[in-house]
Design a protein around this ligand. Structure first.
Ligand code: GRF
Length: 203
């Protein structure tokens, strides 16, 4: 399971990272740790969540990083919410925006937004990808899945120019929980390796 990491292209510097989260924030933690110990040549300057009571915001607080909750107002059109969100993110002057368990974020920072998805390109887009991969393995329809990081914006869901991928075998003799944990471990490694590669290209 050696991750393949492609260059993000023409970006020349990366130090200021904004991470968008919606939940537990284990991938955020992987990035915070990698910045702290020098594996990533950058620093997380803000964590933004669309949900208020998520552990990811506590992780940001604990790391001394501004933690911001910006939820959509009732009935607010998606484009207006995205624009409001983009204003706040822009205020932190990011070189890189990482979607780590966040919904799609379209159009505002072309070439600077990356998304993590727990499946390989073109496979299992949308929610519950880990569970769906497991169910399909139990049904005998697959023996592996994977993790990818891709550039946003995209025209689809969990789609866009691929930056890195890592295949993961599915061991159906174990538990779903063990499989899910193995996917998350791969996510943490792949996301950090990809962010490190982008930061390296820009420094
Ligand atoms: C990850 O599995 C990510 O790929 C998915 O949501 C999960 C977020 O986990 N889109 P965490 O909040 O980083 O722990």
């Amino acid at each position: 399971m050696v991750p393949s990491v492609a260059s993000a292209g023409d970006q020349t510097r990366a130090s200021r990272i904004v991470v968008l989260v919606s939940g537990n924030g284990s991938n955020l933690q992987a990035i915070l740790d990698a910045c702290a110990d020098g594996r990533v040549a950058g620093r997380v300057v803000a964590v933004v969540s669309n949900r208020a009571d998520v552990f990811a915001l506590q992780r940001a607080d604990a790391a001394g990083v501004p933690a911001v909750h910006i939820g959509p107002a009732p009935g607010e059109p998606r484009a207006e919410y995205d624009a409001r969100l983009a204003d706040v993110v822009a205020g932190f002057e990011p070189d890189l925006v990482v979607l780590a368990g966040w919904m799609s974020f379209l159009g505002w920072f072309p070439g600077q937004v990356i998304n993590l998805h727990p499946a390989l390109p073109g496979d299992l887009p949308g929610i519950d990808s880990i569970r769906r991969a497991w169910d399909s393995a139990l049904a005998g329809a697959r023996t592996s899945t994977g993790v990818m990081v891709h550039l946003v914006p995209d025209d689809g869901i969990d789609d866009g120019p691929t930056l890195s991928t890592c295949a993961v075998d599915i061991d159906t003799s174990g538990s779903f929980e063990a499989f899910e944990a193995s996917i998350h471990a791969v996510e943490h490694d792949l996301l950090v390796a990809t962010v490190a590669s982008i930061c390296e290209d820009r420094s």
